[in-house]
Design a binder for this molecule. Structure first.
Ligand code: SF4
Length: 446
């Protein structure tokens, strides 16, 4: 029977170590082992460092407590590496290295632990279930891998927990192919078969100090949850994490695929939960994202965007959501007169009655190439790139949707905000007001 611990997180109370000890999480670990910790730092800070980190990325607090537990066990700090492959954007200065700083984890360097940016290191090609993928060489080089995702639901994959977090170990081309092949969920399941065949990760610890509904990005709603889950079997930990969020495990396609590929079951009655009871902490999380809702919060109507599904890569998701965040931070109370639509990803076509259409990214442009050639009386704006640059897109979006006077004022202000952020003289905390309560503390990321 697989065991999963569920522990209430309390400050300075060794909660993370307790969660690990309850499932004998370090069983099989040797003091001389090379340990790799894989947090979830999907975004690399940079110019968008103002976006909230709660439930979006793993807290530095939990990683520090894992490192302390490893040192107490007898591991040497120089044998412990924190590895990640964040979204790369030259324009927005998002890199894994910046992500380590943004998450606060860079501070752990003082303890002697090392940091590794998968994106700039070697990958090894493996095949599982007929699917080829490039996995960071560091996974193969490590003796003991600890997967530390955040507790969140995800609009493309229903939940993003331990199994999904391993996607951060892939090369950028593999990550993109996972989406563009139009079988993201099967690919995630196959990737987990590849990891299982390696016997990794040996331990999964879900950071639920904060949780995020309708993630993966900060457009979702974060809550202070104060929960930690741990277990040696990643699939069991993910199933219990999903039940904890009130999401039926059957709604997670890659769980079903993985169960089929590995002869496992989605039935959680065979999993022993140690510690707190799931029923006492069950949430009721949704996982669908309504992009228009972000604008409606600022009383902006007339611009629509259909759910792009799972063929949209994280890089494009991040840019679109950054654009929505900038737009709703700069503009309010606007009724856009023409019918406008943003289309992204390789399977979305605009509605017949949309008068102005922004085709965001090479995939959307390819899908709608006939429309670009023969637009008729519609205004078709192709925003090319893989991923497209944010600032030119903002220019196009502001210009296309705003009256001239407002466009000049809003876009000029936006450019100054971005420049101020780049020069570190301005810090745009776009959604900070939503989390202006004592239970949300930036200390968990310092
Ligand atoms: S354009 Fe966007 S969705 Fe298409 S492959 Fe590039 S990053 Fe992925």
């Amino acid at each position: 029977m697989h065991e999963v611990s569920l522990v209430r997180y309390e400050e300075k109370a060794s909660s993370v170590k307790n969660a690990i000890d309850l499932v004998k999480g370090f069983e099989g670990l040797n003091k001389d082992d090379k340990v790799l910790i894989k947090p979830n730092i999907v975004w690399g800070g940079g110019l968008m460092s103002g976006i909230p980190r709660y439930g979006f990325i793993t807290t530095c607090q939990v990683i520090e407590e894992i490192v302390l537990a490893l040192l107490e066990f007898g591991c040497r700090a120089e044998n412990i590496t924190i590895g990640e492959g964040s979204v790369v954007s030259d324009e927005l200065k998002s890199t894994t290295t910046n992500g380590f700083k943004w998450s606060g984890m860079k501070r752990l360097g003082k303890m002697g632990v090392k940091f590794l940016d998968f994106n700039v290191k070697k990958f090894r090609t493996v095949e599982a279930e007929g699917i080829k993928m490039q996995i960071a060489e560091a996974i193969f080089d490590s003796d003991f891998v600890i997967d530390v995702p955040v507790l969140k639901t995800h609009f493309m994959t229903t939940v993003s927990l331990g199994m999904k977090n391993l996607k951060g170990c892939l090369s950028v081309p593999s990550k993109k192919r996972f989406h563009t092949s139009k079988k993201l969920k099967k690919n995630i399941a196959a990737m987990n078969v590849a990891f299982r065949d390696m016997g990794k990760p040996q331990l999964t610890v879900i950071d639920g100090i904060y949780s995020l509904e309708c993630g993966p990005s900060p457009n979702g709603t974060a809550s202070r949850s104060n929960l930690i889950l741990a277990g040696k079997d990643i699939f069991s930990v993910d199933l219990i994490g999903t039940e904890l969020m009130g999401v039926p495990v059957e709604d997670v396609e890659y769980f079903k695929d993985y169960a089929q590929m590995t002869d496992r079951t989605l039935d959680t009655s065979g999993i022993k939960v140690i510690g707190e009871k799931v029923e006492d902490h069950r949430m009721k999380y949704n996982y669908q994202v309504d992009y228009e809702e972000i604008l409606k919060r600022k009383n902006i109507t007339g611009l629509k965007m259909k759910d792009p599904g799972d063929t949209l890569c994280t890089g494009c998701v991040t840019k679109i959501e950054a654009a929505f965040l900038c737009y709703s931070a700069d503009i309010s109370d606007l009724q856009i007169s023409k019918k406008m639509e943003i289309c992204a990803a390789s399977k979305i076509e605009p509605d017949e009655d949309s008068e102005t259409v922004f085709l965001f990214g090479n995939c959307a442009c390819r899908k709608n190439k006939e429309l670009i050639k023969n637009p008729g009386d519609r205004n078709i704006i192709a925003v090319k790139g893989c991923t497209p640059m944010l600032t030119p897109f903002l220019h196009t979006l502001y210009k296309g949707t705003l009256p001239k006077g407002l466009f000049l004022k809003a876009f000029t202000k936006r450019v100054f905000k971005l420049m101020g952020t780049a020069l570190k003289v301005y810090n745009e905390d776009t959604l900070k007001k939503d989390y202006n309560y004592p239970e949300f503390t930036t200390e968990h990321f310092m």
